[in-house]
Write a protein that binds this ligand. Structure first.
Ligand SMILES: [Fe+2]
Length: 429
């Protein structure tokens, strides 16, 4: 019988890294590295964690199982194409058959890129998504990479994406390919206990935007039909990604304030680590949209904002902050595309939603986000990180260079819509 051909997509895919989760999961890393065939590892981390001793501890655990490891601790917060090329140059002088990333999203993304650039040497920009880079597909398999996150945020241990700040173009952009996915994520909430409150807050806001963006992105079955080889990693909201995202939103609503106020609250740390991973699985398949697209120029065009709590003297807007700042304004704009989903997200964050007027229903999610942002010390809009109305044209231009992310928006969006959103996002109170 001849099959029925529908004009829109009918198939979705769920891919994720295998995950080992739990208090003390790190202790088993030697066993896991051996199991994955690693005998000589390159451990990628940053100087701050090196001072705290975690990379050294992991080198010891690997050594107990006969896995040699060499440490590279030069990862920068919010890595640039240059810092990644530097790390890859260092790695090319070493011999290794697997990688271990120990750190936050910056470290895991750098490690993914180092894996790519050492297995298939080429300038990073060749692999970066168009139009910022050339969008060359990853040519083949990479070495096994074990990701050990030390923040509850990016979910990078399960995603197929690595993001970098492209210095010359003043923009952030990603490489995305399923071959970048770590062979294993070791999610041990004990590793997040050292994250300071400000880092905990920004990372938690990143979890939340991953989850809500994936929950509200254009559904997979409202997109064009793909041939299997052309089906992108981000396929749109679907019944499976919804499950992961709903739980992630709920946990951030319930535990982020607690972890921010008391970093040693183990129960809160554990649930946020779960939430980061769940949201990573959700967005790693459904995809993010406008807040992440706007966030890239927000981070890339930073004037002189130096975030408190981060070990940097350079101006930077932490990723989690750059995505949450435009989020209330974006979800005001996307509300009509799926009112029930926006309301459900607000409810999962703990906002009362029964018996609201239509005007209050529209505002439920933006207000729930604004309240959470205030409670965890996020600035009150883009003005708080040094932007003003004068910056709007440049921010729009930078956002329009993220067509891959904008295509996930549930409503048509162009320069005039972005203008409205960015002006709305300048200040919330
Ligand atoms: Fe993110």
């Amino acid at each position: 019988m001849k099959g029925v051909t529908l004009p829109t997509e009918t198939v979705f895919v769920m891919e994720m890294s295998p995950i080992k989760f739990g208090l003390g999961a790190t202790d088993e890393i030697g066993y896991d590295a051996r199991r994955l065939g690693i005998r000589k590892a390159l451990l990628v981390s940053d100087r701050h964690l090196a001072e705290l001793g975690l990379p050294e501890r992991i080198v010891g655990l690997l050594g107990e199982q006969g896995v040699k490891a060499e440490v590279y601790d030069g990862v920068e917060i919010e890595p640039t194409d240059r810092s990644i090329e530097e790390a890859a140059e260092y790695a090319r002088t070493k011999e290794f058959d697997g990688l271990v990333a120990v750190g936050g999203g910056s470290t895991i993304d750098t490690c993914k890129a180092v894996n790519l650039l050492t297995c298939h040497p080429a300038p990073l920009l060749d692999y970066v998504n168009k139009p910022v880079g050339r969008g060359v597909p990853v040519p083949g398999a990479l070495k096994p990479l074990i990701a050990v996150p030390t923040t509850a945020g990016t979910g990078s241990e399960t995603t197929a994406v690595a993001v970098a700040h492209i210095v010359d173009q003043h923009v952030k952009a990603g490489v995305s390919n399923r071959l970048l996915r770590p062979a294993l994520g070791v999610v041990d909430p004990l590793n997040t206990l050292t994250a300071p409150p400000e880092v905990t807050a920004a990372a938690g806001c990143d979890i939340l935007t991953h989850a809500i963006e994936s929950y509200t992105t254009r559904p997979f079955d409202a997109r064009p039909k793909h041939h299997p080889p052309d089906r992108p990693a981000y396929i749109g909201a679907n019944p499976a990604s919804d499950v992961w995202c709903e739980k992630a939103i709920e946990y951030v609503g319930r535990y982020l304030r607690r972890a921010f106020l008391n970093g040693l609250d183990l129960d809160a740390r554990l649930h946020l680590a779960l939430a980061a991973n769940y949201a990573g699985i959700g967005f790693g398949n459904a995809g993010v949209h406008v807040p992440h697209a706007v966030a890239y120029p927000i981070a890339g065009l930073v004037h002189d904002f130096v975030p408190p709590g981060y070990r940097t003297r350079h101006p930077l807007v932490p990723h989690g902050m750059s995505v949450i700042l435009p989020a209330p304004a974006v979800f005001r704009f996307t509300y009509p595309s799926a009112p029930e989903r926006h309301l459900r997200a607000a409810e999962l964050l703990g906002a009362p939603v029964a018996g609201l007027s239509e005007a209050d229903r529209r505002e439920a999610l933006p207000q729930a986000l604004i309240a959470l942002m205030r409670d965890v010390g996020m600035p009150d809009g883009l003005r708080g990180v040094g932007y003003s109305e004068h910056d709007v044209p440049a921010l729009i231009e930078g956002t329009l260079r993220q067509p891959r992310l904008l295509s996930g928006a549930p409503r048509t969006i162009g320069a005039s819509e972005l203008d409205r959103i960015l002006r709305d996002a300048m200040r919330y109170s």
